[in-house]
Design a protein around this ligand. Structure first.
Ligand code: MG
Length: 392
């Protein structure tokens, strides 16, 4: 087998660390190109010892000295966003795992696509904010984007050997998050630490909050629209609290295919690395004696308005999904810092979307500027809420 080389953008995050585990355990023919971190240099030093990569990127330049003290790494050290873009497009990469958080994934992912690298995409905000560019650019450079998100990996598997013309509907399953049965009253007082306890999945802080608000599912609808080229009206969300069915495809004859498995991100990561083939893994197997029921219910957009906000942005198109994403990034960060309440998250996003006009056929600069304007607007709204809470 020819030598494969993986660069992991965001190697110290949840998907990044699991990717390293999967590659080391199951993919002996894959070598490590670049590993990258924003600030977690201690973990990066440990990863370097385990994987012996060609190079690293430390986004926050001020932490390079600390990394050098912690590690005797002799490879290349790059910094900043330029460093991430260089690592993404490095000539020897054969696959790039895009697992940065939020809008920061857009430019490095575009660089990897332009260099013709296969993309394993875990950073959904890249498609939410700049879907049209990513998809067009991937077509132009004949690049395959393999979804790592469990729902999209499920859909990809359901669509193997199917004609995309015969898709009637994509059905995304949602766990419903930790507050699925909470009343409006209860939702008003939930704290960040309560929201960080997801019932089924172990994930980073930002995506865990997005799962609690259902914005994560809203983002996944937008991601599905771009990846599988379907209309918003042909995407449905069903709450399935056990997270065993990872998603489904309904075809024009009325038949439905589903992909099932235990909720473990290592499975879609492994599949992205072997796609379209399957290879052995030693991951835990389903024990049907422990699972007696699979249940389904409708999402409640009255208690979880983020899902509806995402749907509206997806239908509106243009820069509106970039505005949605930017306002959400700010609102989630402010909630995690304890400065606003859980129910302020959708309020800030809705107001931000109402205040900024959408550009219909945006350039990349339009998207970057929509992102920045939305961030400062959302921050102003969040600060007003924080100040009013302090006065009370
Ligand atoms: Mg998902």
């Amino acid at each position: 087998m020819s030598q494969q080389m993986i660069t992991i953008l965001g190697s110290t995050g949840s998907i990044g660390t699991q990717t390293i585990e999967v590659v080391r355990a199951h993919h002996p023919t894959i070598s490590f190109g670049f590993l990258t971190t924003n600030k977690r240099v201690a973990l990066l030093a440990e990863q370097v010892r385990l994987t012996n990569p060609f190079g690293v990127v430390i986004r926050d330049k001020s932490l390079v000295d600390e990394f050098i003290q912690l590690s005797d790494f002799k490879g290349v050290i790059l910094t900043g966003e330029e460093g991430l873009c260089q690592a993404a497009e490095w000539e020897r990469n054969t696959i790039v795992m895009s697992s940065l958080i939020g809008f920061s994934g857009v430019l490095p992912t575009l660089h990897a696509i332009k260099a013709g690298k296969t993309i394993a995409l875990a950073n959904k905000e890249t498609l939410v904010s700049a879907g049209s560019f990513i998809v067009e650019s991937a077509k132009k450079h004949n690049v395959q984007i393999i979804a790592v998100d469990s729902e999209h990996s499920a859909i990809l598997q359901c669509l193997l050997n199917e004609n995309t013309q015969s898709i009637e509907k994509l059905i995304l399953t949602a766990s419903g998050g930790p507050f699925r049965n909470y009343s409006n009253e209860q939702l008003r007082t939930v704290t960040a630490s309560q929201a960080l306890k997801h019932p089924n999945w172990e994930m980073g802080a930002k995506i865990t909050i997005d799962s609690a608000t259902l914005m994560n599912k809203g983002f996944e609808m937008i991601e599905a629209m771009w990846l599988f080229d379907v209309k918003p009206s042909n995407i449905e969300v069903v709450v399935h609290p056990q997270s065993i069915i990872h998603s489904m495809v309904q075809f024009v004859d009325g038949s439905i295919k589903a992909q099932l498995g235990l909720p473990d991100m290592k499975l879609p990561i492994h599949y992205a690395l072997t796609f379209p083939e399957r290879r052995y893994s030693n991951f835990e197997r389903m024990d049907w004696k422990k699972i007696s029921t699979l249940t389904f219910e409708q999402p409640d957009t009255q208690r979880f308005p983020c899902l509806q906000l995402a749907y509206s942005a997806m239908e509106r198109g243009g820069t509106s999904t970039a505005i949605l994403n930017a306002a959400n990034e700010i609102a989630v960060a402010e909630f995690l810092a304890g400065r606003i309440g859980f129910c302020d998250i959708p309020r800030i996003i809705e107001e931000t979307m109402g205040k900024i006009s959408t550009v219909d056929s945006p350039t990349l600069d339009d998207i970057i500027s929509a992102d920045q304007t939305a961030r400062s607007q959302a921050m102003t709204l969040a600060q007003a809420i924080t100040n009013s809470m302090t006065i009370l």
